[in-house]
Design a protein. Structure first.
Length: 180
């Protein structure tokens, strides 16, 4: 036999060994382990990307919420100051009404003046306090002075109705003038 034949037989023998059941089983196991490793790496990379994107989305949502909260607080503050100014003007009007009763009914004038003081104090609390302070103060006053609270509530209701009617008449008369 020549050296060439020996080499071919040796290569065929190795090829036969490579295709033996044990070697094939090892190759499949190695391939499975390789696929498992690559899958694990891909899953980990996907998890990392998803976690980063979720964190970015959460941070963006937090920034939007903080901006909305700031805008809401600014608007609430403006409305609070506007309400305090309105209540302060109301206290002044009540005080003027009290002065109108000074000569004819001093007892009524003192009661009305006392109500004006309370309304003025409420205006100051509205201007300087928080919404929760206002609710707590009104609740405490209602518990201490239920009759006065009911009376002020009725008075406020009448004032609101009068105000709305007067506003409605002004609007309708301005429409009438525009039509002329």
């Amino acid at each position: 036999m020549s050296e060439f034949d020996t080499h071919i037989r040796k290569a065929a023998s190795q090829e036969q060994d490579a295709t033996s059941p044990q070697t094939l089983k090892d190759q499949i196991a190695d391939a499975g382990a390789d696929v498992r490793q690559r899958t694990g790496d891909a899953l980990q990379a996907s998890t990392d990307v998803a976690r980063d994107k979720f964190k970015e989305a959460a941070d963006a949502a937090k920034e939007v919420a903080e901006g909305a909260t700031d805008r809401f607080e600014d608007m609430a503050g403006k409305q609070q100051r506007s309400g305090a100014d309105f209540v302060s003007r109301l206290a002044g009007n009540i005080r003027q009404a009290a002065h109108a009763f000074d000569n004819d009914a001093p007892f009524a004038a003192r009661g009305i003046s006392s109500a004006a003081d309370y309304v003025e104090d409420a205006a100051e609390k509205i201007h300087n306090g928080t919404f929760r302070d206002l609710v707590d103060g009104a609740s405490d006053f209602a518990k201490r002075q239920p009759a006065a609270f009911l009376g002020l509530s009725v008075l406020a209701g009448f004032a609101a109705v009068r105000f709305l009617r007067a506003s409605g008449k002004q609007t309708s008369s301005s429409h009438d003038e525009d039509a002329s």
